[in-house]
Write a protein that binds this ligand. Sequence first.
Ligand code: UD1
Ligand code: UDP
Length: 366
Amino acid sequence: MKVMLVIGARPQIIKSAPIIHEASKDAEVEFQIVHTGQHYDFEMSRIFLDELELPDPIVNLGVGSGSHAWQTGKMMVGLEKTIKKLKPDLVLVPGDTNSTLAGALAAVKLHVPVAHVEAGARSYDMKMPEEVNRRLTDHCSRILFAATENCVKNLLKEGIPEDQIRFSGDTMYDALLKRMVGALRSHVLERLGLKVGEYAVLTVHRPENVDDPKALKDIVEAVIQLKELVMIFPVHPRTLERLKATGLLKRVKVAKHVRLVDPVGYHEMLQLVKDSKMVFTDSGGLQKEAFWLHTLCITLRERTEWVETVKLGANMLVGNNKEMIVRKVRECLAIEGLETKLKELPNPFGDGNASVKIVEALKEFC
Ligand code: UD1
Ligand code: UDP
């Protein structure tokens, strides 16, 4: 059985890793890993293939950066050729990036069945490119692997037949459980001169936050105002460009408690999140990782697809207004016994065996 797996952006490598490892144990399954080249800097792609001990992709389409239509179109052309050449029995697409959608569209039009990992997640905000990508991908897919029961419900509401949906759990949770030992050996706190519980982690890269100068300024000013927290800020390349273009880079560099660093590896990130006081982010993956590592998450968005973390009180949606961010964070800092409460929460993201369930289901299907 030949499965062509499409990756391209940083989080897709992480969420695919446990599936690739699981499939490699099974002689009946051949995984053909195809990288679109959406992310190409060492610290956005190669570092994760190395850290997670993954085989090199058999093809890298080298598509690179561009507008949505240009990037998705170029990926589709490359993936169509690749599918015709590799003749997979199924195309597996993880997540919600342009690489995900390009893989799903190229495959479904060649009548190759598509399986979607992380199906059914919904923010109900069609202004986010990820929401468009995940909805369309779900509706092209023959097998839909849902990370939570709520994702299953979302798919049923949209009329997806029940027999196409599998509640697998979240492969990012599998990845985290498998990689925690590596994470604890990372020495990132020593490298950055940090003490457990005395800093916060900040990541931001969504277009609504970084491409809108007013929103980016508000976030930067809020962070500068929150002097009570040392902020470790691994800067996504998109964000670095926008900080430079708006002149906000100079402004944020003046604040001594804000430490801008290059994007970090997966092990370092897990350790940073685990030992931090709180996480500020607009990332989808980091909201869940903060939840699993019992660290409060302040989400710099109005909506999230991971509503479970909000309902359980582990994630607070604060948007990108300066006053709101500062007020909500100060309220959170005043809550007593928060860490204990976060440790007691149930985990709606499965039992850490999502990748086992996914490989089994793919075998049954083929
Ligand atoms: C993409 C995904 C987003 C995901 C994120 C993970 C889409 C629409 N967006 O957003 O869902 O959360 O990846 O990080 O698919 N750049 C570099 N080096 C790189 C990659 C990007 O410098 O290796 C810069 C380029 O200037 C590029 C910009 O970052 O234009 C944005 O990259 P792109 O892949 O288009 O979108 P992301 O913001 O990374
Ligand atoms: N991540 C990382 N280093 C960083 C930033 C993020 O290893 O500097 C990891 C993070 O732990 C998570 C994934 O990348 O596993 C999330 O990716 P990102 O925030 O880029 O995308 P999203 O999840 O929002 O699609």
